[in-house]
Design a protein around this ligand. Structure first.
Ligand code: ADE
Length: 244
């Protein structure tokens, strides 16, 4: 079972999301255990401040190191798991990819440290953090939403969490291509028909059509991904592999 520690000043916000939908079901089915630490519980009385002014001036407040280090110690306990990955979501981190989510989905213990205000004290990043991850080139007000985005991307890749693991294996990026179009009943809706080939029952033709659709979309929308896909395919060909 994967243990996920989340250190945050907004525990309720995180709890509300991890209790619901697939993240909640993954917990109910014992694939994952969420442990949420409210950073205010680790701050000093009487004011219980978790942020302070930046040394050297500048705008905005900085998260203090003590509450985070204390919560970290409480989370890891006496025996620290040497494979623990400590993730700090930040816009200056490496951009999240399917590959990274897959790598993290294989871990046994993860921790997320949620930053707020202008930033967190650099000593937290230097000493505790193993992975700094951005969810895109834009800035959010805190680390909770990025944590939940990263967590969602990870949890759905744990085999057994989704009803059919196949549905995670075939989605966008898993194959290096974007996902193609999907259709369900009715066959005709307001004059719009489902592509004939999908009703043919011809498995090979359907698979070829789906792959063509994925290639078309990727070529059109993400030339960077399409170039990588073609490179990978030509390497596979040289190695005599045949995966379509
Ligand atoms: N915190 C604020 N903005 C962020 C982003 N884009 N990615 C990760 N963490 C963040």
């Amino acid at each position: 079972m994967l243990s996920v520690h989340i250190l945050t000043p907004f525990a309720k916000m995180v709890e509300a999301v991890v209790d619901e939908s697939i993240l909640g079901r993954a917990n109910a089915k014992s694939f994952v255990n969420y442990l949420i630490y409210d950073l205010f519980n680790f701050a000093d009385p009487p004011h219980y401040r978790i942020d302070d002014y930046p040394f050297g001036g500048g705008s905005g407040m900085i998260m203090k190191p003590e509450p985070v280090f204390r919560a970290y110690k409480k989370a890891v306990g006496d025996q620290q798991n040497s494979s623990l990955r400590v993730i700090f979501p930040t816009p200056d981190g490496e951009v999240l990819t399917h590959k990274k989510a897959l790598e993290l989905s294989k871990c046994s213990e993860l921790m997320f440290i949620n930053g707020h205000y202008k930033g967190i004290d650099q000593r937290i990043r230097d000493v505790l953090v193993t992975d700094e991850i951005s969810i895109g080139d834009y800035v959010l007000t805190g680390g909770e939403l990025p944590t939940l985005v990263i967590l969602d991307a990870i949890i759905r890749l744990i085999p057994g969490v989704l009803n059919t693991y196949e549905s995670a294996e075939t989605d966008s990026f898993a194959s290096g291509l974007l996902d193609g179009p999907h259709f369900t009943r009715p066959e005709e809706f307001e004059g719009m028909k489902v592509p004939e080939v999908l009703l043919s029952g011809h498995h090979k033709k359907i698979a070829d059509w789906k792959l063509d659709q994925q290639k078309e979309k990727t070529k059109l929308r993400r030339t960077d991904l399409f170039r990588k896909y073609l490179e990978l395919k030509s390497v596979e060909k040289e190695n005599g592999e045949n995966n379509g």
